[in-house]
Design a binder for this molecule. Sequence first.
Ligand SMILES: NC(=O)c1ccc[n+]([C@@H]2O[C@H](COP(=O)([O-])OP(=O)(O)OC[C@H]3O[C@@H](n4cnc5c(N)ncnc54)[C@H](O)[C@@H]3O)[C@@H](O)[C@H]2O)c1
Length: 379
Amino acid sequence: MKVTILGAGGIAHAHAQAIQGLAGHEGLEGVELTHVVDIDPARAEEFATKHSVPHHGTDLQSVLGSGEVDVLHVCTPPSLHLAQAQAALRAGVHVVVEKPAVLSLAEVDALAAAEQEAADGARFTQIVQHRFGAGALRLRRLLADGTLGRPLVATCDTLWFRPPEYFEVPWRGRFDTEGGGPTMGHGIHQFDLLLSVLGPWVEVRAMAGRLARHVDTEDVSMAVVRFADGTMASVTNSLLSPRETSVLRFDTEAATVELEHLYGYDDSAWTVTPARGREDVAERWAAETAAVTDGGASGHLAQLVPTYRALAAGQAPPVTVADARGTLELAAAIYKSAFTGAPVVAGEIAPGDPFYASMAGTGAPWPAVKDVAAEEAAR
Ligand SMILES: NC(=O)c1ccc[n+]([C@@H]2O[C@H](COP(=O)([O-])OP(=O)(O)OC[C@H]3O[C@@H](n4cnc5c(N)ncnc54)[C@H](O)[C@@H]3O)[C@@H](O)[C@H]2O)c1
């Protein structure tokens, strides 16, 4: 399979390393990174040199039309993802899109339609690399087979720090280009993992604030979420937290399972505390951890191995457009509840709802940066 990376910025390097790592895995020996495309020719060239990519350029359409690409990795700013993914699917090229897949529920529904109509059975998938570490796979397995009993309580904290300079990149901190703040761009990693473990949610109540950064979006949001099975979870998404950490905690009938990491984890980041009399759970977790040979790391390679195996076999990838939609729907519900002050139930954000078209919905309850600047200039 021939692979092209589109967008040669920060995260594209993780894609290059992971794509080039695929060839060491059984059945994927023929995967080859052949092209890199960036609107900035110097950046494309520098990236090609650094990762020994044979071809580089600035024109996506000519690469898609060349018949020399089977899979396109979209690593551009979020507002470009929909049109670029649609172009790939139209050309019969599988597309692996960075998070957030697109900016809104309206866009994800357009993406689903594009996949339905795609040439040559081309598929869409999205990067959500934290679903794929060994600990996450084990947690889902031990819940599914009943070992952990019912989940009851969960916490999901993305407590990160981004200084003011981080927002100088023009597409950051704006609903129209980044989709949202830490809810859409950062905490989404953690609550995507939460959803992959706990399944569908039914109700959300949330608050958001823009407390300390010069942005249009929130810089912190907090939500309480009730899941379909009754589990109750709290979700915090912050870019204002000097001691950074990402923490998920699941209290089930049989144990507390905790993950603490920052931007990626391995098996050493997980702890299991059994309920009294359920030491068997900790023993099973330890035995399964000991059996893992590669440390159990999350990351792009961990996701791309099963993804490329599925694509090579003509099967659906492990993360589908429905999964991407589920995570975006929770993000939209957090914004809607935070901006309207009302609880939001699953399924209510439908076409015609302002929060279907944009995460900003009816508008953040704080003035936009440009309005503040205009006010200051008028004074
Ligand atoms: N999975 C993760 O852990 C992770 C981490 C960081 C970023 N991301 C996501 O990856 C995406 C890119 O983020 P980044 O930090 O790498 O951004 P970036 O700004 O560093 O890089 C984006 C690149 O896209 C190029 N580009 C812009 N418009 C283009 C166009 N029309 N055609 C081709 N190239 C174009 C830019 O020149 C730039 O090189 C975002 O969606 C972001 O949310 C994911």
